[in-house]
Design a protein around this ligand. Sequence first.
Ligand code: FAD
Length: 448
Amino acid sequence: MDTLFTWLIAGSVLGFFLLRYWLAHKQKESKAKATKERGALFSEGPRAQHPRVSLDACIGCGGCVSVCPEGDVLALIDGKATIINGHKCIGHGLCAEECPVGAITMVMAKPSSGADMPILSPEYETSVPNLFIVGELGGLALIKNAVNQGRDCVDTITARLKEQSSQPQSAWDIIIVGAGPAGISASLRAAQNGLRALTLERESVGGTVSKYPRQKLVMTSPIEFPLHGRFNKTTLSKEDLLAFWEKVMQRADLNIHTGEGVESVQKQPDGLFTVRTPKETYIAKAVVLALGRAGTPRKLGAKGEDMPHVLYRLIEADHYTNQHVLVVGGGDSAVEAAMGLAHQKGNTVTVSYRRGEFSRLKDRNAKRIAESVANGKVKVLFNSNPVEFRFGSVAIEVENQLMELPNDMVWIFAGGTPPSDFLKACGIQFGDTAAPPRHEESAQLSTR
Ligand SMILES: Cc1cc2nc3c(=O)[nH]c(=O)nc-3n(C[C@H](O)[C@H](O)[C@H](O)COP(=O)(O)OP(=O)(O)OC[C@H]3O[C@@H](n4cnc5c(N)ncnc54)[C@H](O)[C@@H]3O)c2cc1C
């Protein structure tokens, strides 16, 4: 009798915990379904690289869900890994590495989903033979991806050059356009491989990294860095990362022209490339485009947007105190800037966002901005659009009502216009990366 009673108690306790687990699981699943449906409603599917899950192969272990540093790109729905926040994927690829049955592959979004991506081969070659695209311009964000692609693409070019018996002395072996992480890595590998290489950068070395806010913590993965070997630091300040690159670059005798932007890249009938800048015209056997996707900041089209107090990038938040600030945008850059500015003495900070809620933020930023709003540090105007910037004030339409706010400084974070026109003018085709370019002559570099 006693034994039966003990079994009954144990069974009830176990049943209670199983029921709780099942209810929590169901609650999580219905939340994930709602997020997925809302994403579809707002067309917030993947914009660039993202996981593709083979539902037949997925065993529903959830390893991919928990390993993602961005939090909730994937969720388990009906026992299968499903994309619920595709737009949050920035290409870590850890889900694919974690999957024990190989059910996940990283793929690019189709242009129809807003990605506007050039077609690339697995070697990062465009539809124009010997014209390559590496780094974020090809669709994969993150420093580690940029460094890996810059390095590997130069190895492909080096192998092709070695196959050539006669080499023209007048042309550069390789011209690298852009000196962000991808361009630096490509330039160093070119030096390491003994190529005649020239790097052209329209601003200064460092790319997007040099424009991060001061002392921003950079997160990366261990990387094999040309001329240095394995770089194991995974969290460091922007300043430390730039200093590290500077040190490695000093070891190599690089030809880097800063302040020299490339205006056009044209393939000549002899197979060589003409690379034009406002200063000079260069000839190269292969060209690597490492332009990033930041492009030029997207404008709102509001009146007064060209005034000097309307800015598109914030590096030193602590330079701005006792100001009425307006931050326009609803992405991570906008809310990070708003919170940084709100911490400076005497600032009042308002965020204007055209949508009704923040839906694309990293979990950490979503929590922090909610706290800042709750404790009155930041005010958010959803469903709003600035109409006119003036000295001393800004006119904003909020829920179809026009209002005027006192204002000294404006930061706009509306994304950038990627250099798609530039790429199209180079002859590069855009489209679905499921069909990488095939060109017979791509294994040959011009020897003329
Ligand atoms: C706010 C923010 C925070 C981020 N934090 C992280 C992080 O913590 N960890 C991480 O891994 N990634 C992070 N990223 C992403 C990372 O910075 C990018 O993925 C990376 O910089 C891409 O490198 P890239 O070399 O492809 O392009 P970029 O770094 O954008 O470099 C492109 C370079 O090309 C130059 N260029 C463009 N056009 C021309 C032209 N016509 N002629 C000559 N030069 C040209 C540009 O001036 C620029 O220097 C962050 C991005 C942002 C915006």
